[in-house]
Design a binder for this molecule. Structure first.
Ligand SMILES: *[C@@H]1O[C@H](CO)[C@@H](O)[C@H](O)[C@H]1NC(C)=O
Length: 327
C-alpha cells in the first residue's frame, strides 16, 4: 500500500513538475500524523472570499474561536480556486506551519470540492480518476480532508437519468476513502436539505447515498439554505420538525442524527439574490437560530453547525448560535 501510494505520488509529481503547483513536502517519506477529527459536535466555517492582507490565508484564529473545522473553497477538476488556490500557493514550509498552528488550536483544515461552479457528473468526469486527483491535492497541500459540495441540482431531478448522480457520488466517495482512510482524514459531504426528502429525487438523492456509502462519510454539512420553494428552513419548525427534510425528519428516514450538521448562511450577502427574493432563502438571524439549536439539542441532536462563510460567520455569530446549548 505504501509502495503503491508512493508510486502514485511519484507519477503525479512528474506530471506536476512543470507547473506551479506546490506539492513538495520537506519529508515526503515520513508517515503523516492522522488529521485531527472532531469527535464531538462539528463547527464548520467555509472560507471562499480572500481575506484582505492576510498572509496566512485562513480566517484568523481569534476571529473564528469555537469553530473546529475550516473548509477552504473550492477545489475543481482543473485545480484549486479562490481560498483553496491561495492555500495551495503558499510554500510548503509556511503552509505546514500554519496547519500545525490551527491543529494545535483544535481546528482542522479541509478543502471543499465543486460548489455551484462545477457539475462534474454532467460534464462526464470519471469519478475514480477525479477522486484520486483530488485526494492527491489533499495530501500534497497538507490538508486534513475533503468536503464534497456536489451541486448537480438538475441532474438529480431528471427522470431519464435515474440514479446516475447517486451512483457517481458513491463511486467518488469510495475512491476518496481508498486514498484518505477513515479515522485519518475528514470526509464530509455538503448536500442541500431537500435531497434528504423522501420522494424528492427519483433516484433518492442523499437517502440513497447514505444507504450505499454513508458509513464512509463522517458527517453532512447540510445546506438549509440556497433553495426554494418550501420548506425554506427559515424558522425553527421547518428547520427541525416539519416538511420532510427537517433535521428530525431526516433522522426518521434512517440517517444518523449525529451526522446532521445544520448549515446556515452567516449573513444575508451569503445567500444568493434569487434566494433572498424568494420566500424562505433560509436565512435566520443568529439569535433566533440559537433558539432553534437549543431546541434541537434538548431533543437529542448535537451534530453541530456549519456556516457559509467567513467573515460573516465568525466568533460573534457562532457564540450567538451556540449559546449554552453545547456547554
Ligand atoms: C464578527 O463580525 C461582525 C460583523 O459581521 C463584527 O461586528 C464582529 O466584531 C466580528 N467578531 C469578531 C470576533 O471578529
Amino acid at each position: 500500500m505504501f509502495t503503491s501510494s508512493f508510486s502514485r505520488l511519484f507519477t503525479l509529481c512528474s506530471v506536476l513538475a512543470s507547473t506551479a503547483v506546490v506539492f513538495a513536502s520537506p519529508l515526503p517519506h515520513a508517515p503523516r500524523a492522522p488529521a485531527p477529527i472532531p469527535s464531538g459536535p462539528k463547527f464548520v466555517v467555509y472560507t471562499d472570499k480572500a481575506i484582505d492582507g492576510n498572509t496566512e490565508v485562513l480566517p484568523p484564529l481569534d476571529q473564528i474561536q469555537g469553530f473546529n473545522v475550516v473548509n477552504l473553497a473550492f477545489l475543481l477538476s482543473d485545480g484549486p480556486h479562490d481560498q483553496a488556490q491561495n492555500w495551495a500557493s503558499l510554500d510548503a514550509t509556511t503552509r505546514q506551519g500554519i496547519k500545525q498552528k490551527y491543529n494545535a488550536a483544535g481546528v482542522s483544515v479541509v478543502v471543499s470540492a465543486f460548489g455551484e461552479t462545477e457539475l462534474p457528473t454532467t460534464a462526464g468526469l470519471d469519478p475514480t480518476t477525479l477522486a484520486n486527483q483530488m485526494s492527491q491535492f489533499v495530501l500534497n497541500t497538507d490538508l486534513d480532508g475533503i468536503d464534497v459540495d456536489w451541486e448537480e441540482t438538475a441532474l438529480v431531478l431528471d427522470t431519464t437519468k435515474l440514479g446516475v448522480g447517486e451512483q457517481w457520488l458513491a463511486t467518488f466517495t469510495q475512491a476518496l476513502r481508498t486514498q484518505l482512510p477513515q479515522g485519518q482524514f475528514i470526509l464530509s459531504h455538503a448536500p442541500v436539505g431537500p435531497w434528504f426528502s423522501p420522494g424528492f429525487c427519483p433516484g433518492g438523492c442523499y437517502l440513497t447515498v447514505d444507504k450505499t456509502v454513508g458509513s464512509l462519510i463522517d458527517w453532512y454539512n447540510i445546506q438549509f439554505y440556497n433553495q426554494s420553494p418550501d420548506p425554506g428552513y427559515a424558522d425553527c419548525d421547518t428547520l427541525l420538525n416539519t416538511g420532510g427534510s427537517a433535521v428530525f425528519n431526516i433522522q426518521k428516514s434512517g440517517v444518523d442524527v449525529n451526522k446532521l450538521v445544520i448549515g446556515k448562511p452567516g449573513g444575508l450577502d451569503d445567500v444568493s439574490e434569487a434566494q433572498q427574493a424568494a420566500a424562505g432563502g433560509g436565512f435566520i438571524d443568529p439569535a433566533t437560530l440559537g433558539t432553534c439549536i437549543q431546541q434541537a439539542v434538548s431533543n437529542g441532536w448535537k451534530a453541530g453547525v456549519m456556516s457559509f462563510q467567513f467573515p460573516n460567520a465568525n466568533t460573534t455569530w457562532l457564540s450567538s448560535v451556540k449559546g449554552n446549548s453545547f456547554a
